[in-house]
Design a protein around this ligand. Structure first.
Ligand code: ATP
Ligand code: MG
Length: 274
């Protein structure tokens, strides 16, 4: 079955202020949907709301995964369904290696934790036997294979998560996270920002491989550039908390050329006509 994430008339407030004013958007597995829009229009707010960040209050509308609302689910439960968010500003966690972070995340998403706890509950004394984590050897093997396939340097595994990572290294790290977590739908918030040409190609190549494997991607970006490497099925324009236009790759080219001024003018005309 092809997984579908549907956002329906979504309204979201942050600290009492309405940021999203009725967003409609559908993302399917195996599709690339690019989302562009000016600074502060609410793109990251939408990404956080989908991931279930507690700061972002859904005041109307719905988010459905395969037809069922996910609004009552915790962020880790949404991750288990196969929804992944690559943050615009990933946090650093000193003292936690990239490998250990990934092992914990993969174990959660693949249900190792749950199974260990279920067994413990059944065993009577409630003691957790065995590991809540994916077995180390199996994990290392998969990690090494995926680092090679996605052109991530093997030294990444032992470095502390995002600490001292350059902008480009962080974005490569995100691709590796997706490769390990195998999400059905991934939201990439400006995964192309600050990348040099080579890093852009590596990140784009990684996204393409994952999409070919069946991942659906919502690509939030300011630049047409990455879309030369990752071909979008659809391009939507976000403006003032709403999607105002959806089309094909030509939309990205038009934005590059004309900026966002025309959106404002069109909206003013529409309002005047109404
Ligand atoms: N945690 C927060 N606290 C206060 N205001 C917030 C918070 N998150 C978002 N906002 C506000 O919501 C609006 C939309 O922000 P958002 O980050 O979603 O925009 P964006 O489209 O991702 O912009 P950019 O292209 O610059 O990344 C902004 O006015 C921002 O200040
Ligand atoms: Mg943003």
């Amino acid at each position: 079955m092809t997984a579908v994430l549907e956002i329906k008339d979504l309204h979201v407030s942050v600290e009492g202020k309405e940021i999203l004013k009725g967003v409609d958007l559908t993302i399917r597995q195996g599709e690339v949907h690019a989302l562009m829009g000016p600074n502060g229009s609410g793109k990251s707010t939408m990404a956080y709301a989908i991931a279930g960040h507690p700061h972002y209050e859904v005041t109307g509308g719905d988010i459905l995964f395969n037809g069922e609302s996910i609004l009552d689910l915790e962020p880790d439960e949404r991750a288990k369904l196969g929804i992944f968010l690559a943050f615009q500003y990933p946090v650093a966690i000193p003292g936690v290696s990239f490998a250990n972070f990934l092992r914990a995340a993969v174990s959660n998403v693949r249900g190792y934790k749950e199974r260990a706890r279920e067994q413990a509950a059944k065993s009577g004394d409630g003691k957790v036997i065995g590991s809540e984590l994916m077995p180390m050897r199996e994990f290392r093997k998969e990690l090494m294979a995926k680092m090679d396939r996605f052109h991530v340097d093997r030294s990444f595994a032992n470095r502390y998560l995002n600490e001292g990572f350059s902008g480009g290294e962080k974005k490569r790290g995100e691709v590796l996270q997706m490769a390990m977590l195998e999400p059905k739908i991934a939201i990439l918030d400006e995964s192309d920002s600050g990348l040099d040409i080579d890093a852009l190609r590596v990140v784009a190549d990684g996204i393409n491989k994952l999409v070919a494997d069946g991942m659906g991607a919502l690509l939030i970006t300011h630049y047409q550039r990455i879309l030369n490497y990752v071909k979008p099925d659809k391009v939507s324009v976000f403006y003032d908390g709403r999607i105002v236009l959806t089309g094909g790759p030509e939309v990205a080219h038009m934005l590059e050329e004309k900026g966002y001024k025309w959106v404002e003018e069109d909206l003013a005309k529409e309002l005047a006509a109404a």
